[in-house]
Structure formats: C-alpha cells, structure tokens
Design a protein around this ligand. Structure first.
Ligand code: AMP
Ligand code: GLY
Length: 426
C-alpha cells in the first residue's frame, strides 16, 4: 500500500513510524510533515487544511489510503472530499467530526442519549451566560468555547469575577476567535483524567491502551493549558472494571448515538474522561488521535496499523484481533521556552543523529526543520522523547535520559511527567 498521512506534528510522526513497520506498506508520504518525519516518509509542502491540495496530491501519488490526523481538516470535510474521488480515507467525515467540532453538539448528544458528562447549559449571548453563572453560584465553573480552539478553548474560573471575565473574553474579545460565538458553561468535575483512543468503523469499537496526558505547562500541574507536555500509557487509574463500565456506559452508547443521528463515526475516536466519585464521565470527545497520547499508545500496539486503517475504511474491524504489548511507554515533550505563549524558533538542536533520532529512545518530532543533516526548532512543541519499558518507571527513566542528552537554547520540559501515575500505582 501507498499511504499518505496528513499533518505535521509528533502524532503524525508516531503514525508514520508505526505504519513503516507494516509489511503491507510499500511507500509512505506525508503533508506537510516535518524535519523528523522526512526521514521516514516523503514530505510535500501542502497544508493540512488545504482540502483541494490534498485531494490533488493523493490523486497524483495514486495512494491507496489517506490518514487524516488533525482535527481541522476532519471538521472541514477532508474525508468527504477524498471519498468523493474514490480515495479511501481513515478518519470521520464532516458529519461525524462535529463530535469534536462543536461542544454544543457533543454536549446535547450526551444529554439526549444519557451518556455521563458534566451538567451544562449553552449560551449564544454573554449576558444570559453571566446571569446563569450568578444564579447557579457554584465555583469553580468551567467556560468552554463551542468550536475548535487548538485544545485551549477552556477556562476554569475560580469565582464569579473570573467567570464573568472568561465569558466576556471568549464571546466579546474573541479570545479563541469564532469558536467562541457560542459557549458551554459546565459543572466542574474532579478526579483523575484518562485518555482513551478507540478504533471504530461505526459497527465495532476497539479501545486502545489507556493513557494520561499532562496538559499544564509547568511542574505540579501549574501554569497555562498546553497541547500536552507529556504522556504515559497505560493509565494506572483505568482499571479493568472501569474499562468495562466505560465500554457499557460511554463508548458503545456514543457509537450507537452517532449511528442513530445518521452521523456514523469511522476512524479514531478520542474519549477524554474524568473518573469522578460518581463514575466515569466524558470531559470531551476528539474526532482523531490525541497528541501526545498517540506517541505512547502506538509504540505499544502489537498489531499492524495499516491493516487496522484498511479494516476501518472497509468496515471490517470486527474481523481483526488487535493486540497490545505488555509494559509501559512514556513521552516527554521538549518545548520552546515561552510555549504555549510567545517563543522563538530556529534554534539548533544538539544530540540527534542524521535521522533526527537517538539510541535508546524514539524521538517524535513535533516542530522541527531539517537543513543539511542538522535539526532546528520550528514550533512550540519541538520533540516528544519517547521510551518503552517493562514498567512505567523504566520507561520514564529511559525517556528522561534521552531528554538529558538533547539540548537547544531555551528548552522547556516538565520534570514530573508520570509522577502522578507512579504514585497511583500503590
Ligand atoms: P478540554 O479541552 O475540554 O479537554 O479541557 C481541557 C482541560 O480542562 C481538561 O483536560 C480538564 O483538565 C479541564 N476540564 C474541562 N472540563 C472540565 C470540567 N467540567 N471539570 C473539570 N475540569 C475540566
Ligand atoms: N492531548 C489532547 C489532545 O490531543 O487534544
């Protein structure tokens, strides 16, 4: 098979490297890709959101399958455009991607089908929202922009003044752009967070190994929310009993609800869960692989990813027996100083070989450029240094040893990735 992967971050690098292991794969392409991906896939300078450009590229390369990894092209309907040209595409169509594209949609779906989630109301004007917050008078309260906001459209407000500011900055100052035309005001939930990615073809749901993200920029879960500063898998809070409960009350009901709405979901469905004292609840759905969850989940996949992609496209997922390795994986993000706000790029990265890798770890490039065999920083998140081990501590030790051996000016890492998971273990 010739496969084209759309996107250019650490998640796409992890997908490309897993596909490269498949005996079914003859050639890998990526658009736009990045410095690290270029060592494993031929990259093309076509934007991930350029639907016409991607369709033209896929036709020109005569690929057998396209994996659309990021949220925005999925929400814009890239899969529909590819399928209209007879090209197989892994990912939900536009009608199904709305599960991530609109929080108003996903919350009302959960309400309609009794899928456990935080209590909420939606608003399309700030004064009603503020009146509701005042009347409920329960803090903290969670204020969310309706649409896509690079994972940053959520504000947790500690008191009324902060909640009022949050509503105004999202709806009036357009802090997250047009995604804030409508908002969801939600009850604040507590408990450990778990990310579960699942393969689904709309008929069968196969959850992958669970993982834990670290969204805040600084150690001790302090600082701003980011796209994710590190991940571990499996997530020790996610026991077999909880997994069964999630399957029965969340995963299958979501698949069935989308089918009932005529929005059958095919691809990777991401469940952002919180294990509350009242049981597991959905914090968010994403219509795609998580980043950086994918970087710890796919290295533990013991089956052929290309075969799974094909089976999902052909609605034959039930035929496969998908296996996972024992052991654990850890990914530590090396970011540019200042991320998630202002940061500089173009810094020389020391400690990588000519393929952008390093012995003992797997380096997933998030934002790099390669020039004359040398790698430079080119984004907020730069590298995801990933290791697999027989236990979580072994994986973390290996990943952090890798981090220590790599450097660039202004580098920012969290030093406590996996600590909560280790503490949970016993
Ligand atoms: P989201 O973009 O929806 O994943 O939200 C980002 C982060 O905000 C989540 O990972 C949670 O840590 C937090 N969050 C979102 N919704 C809630 C909620 N209802 N209660 C508590 N924390 C939340
Ligand atoms: N790591 C969270 C996400 O991919 O949205």
């Amino acid at each position: 098979m010739k496969i084209l992967v759309i996107g250019g971050g650490g998640r796409e690098h992890a997908i490309v490297m897993k596909l490269a292991e498949s005996p079914l794969v003859e050639k890998l392409y990526c658009a736009p890709g990045n410095g690290g991906i270029a060592a494993y896939a031929e990259c093309f300078d076509v934007k991930a959101t350029d639907i016409d450009g991607v369709v033209m590229l896929a036709k020109r390369l005569a690929v057998d399958l396209v994996c659309v990894a990021p949220d925005d092209p999925l929400v814009l309907g890239m899969v529909d455009a590819l399928e209209a040209e007879g090209i197989k595409a892994f990912g939900p169509n536009k009608a199904a991607a709305i599960l991530e594209g609109s929080k108003v949609f996903s919350k009302s779906l959960m309400k309609k089908y009794g899928i456990p989630t935080a209590k909420y109301e939606t608003f399309d004007n700030p004064s009603d929202a503020i009146a509701y917050i005042e009347q409920e008078n329960r803090f903290p309260v969670v204020v969310k922009a309706d649409g896509l906001a690079l994972g940053k459209g959520v504000i947790i407000a500690e008191d009324f003044a902060a909640a009022q500011d949050a509503v105004r900055s999202i709806m009036e100052d357009k802090l997250f752009g047009a995604s804030g035309n409508r908002i969801v005001i939600e009850e604040f939930l507590t408990g450990p967070e778990v990310s579960v990615l699942a393969f689904t073809d709309g008929k069968t749901m196969v959850p992958m190994i669970s993982s834990m993200d670290h969204k805040r920029a600084l150690d001790g879960d302090k600082g701003l929310n980011t796209g994710g500063m590190g991940t571990v898998a499996p997530n020790p809070y996610y026991t077999a009993d909880i997994a069964q409960e999630c399957m029965d009350t969340i995963f299958l009901p979501t698949m069935n609800a989308m089918n009932a709405e005529g929005r059958s979901f095919k691809g990777c469905l991401y469940f952002g869960l919180m294990l509350t004292p009242d049981g597991p609840k959905v914090i968010e759905y994403n219509c795609r692989f998580g980043d950086p969850e994918t970087q710890v989940v796919l290295p533990l996949l013991g089956s052929d990813l290309a075969e799974i992609f094909l089976a999902v496209c052909e609605e034959r997922l039930a035929e496969l027996d998908i296996r996972w390795s024992q052991g654990a994986a850890a990914c530590v993000i090396m970011a540019s100083g200042g991320y998630p706000q202002k940061y500089e790029t173009g810094k020389l990265i020391a400690g990588l070989d000519e393929n952008g890798q390093r012995d003992g770890v797997c380096i997933y490039h998030a934002g790099t450029k390669q020039q004359d065999g040398v790698y430079y920083t080119a984004g907020g998140r730069v590298l995801g240094v990933t290791a697999v081990g027989s236990c979580l501590r072994c994986a973390l030790d290996k990943a952090y040893a890798g981090v220590k051996a790599i450097s660039f000016e202004g580098v920012h890492v969290r030093h406590d990735i996996g600590q909560r998971a280790l503490a949970a273990k016993r």
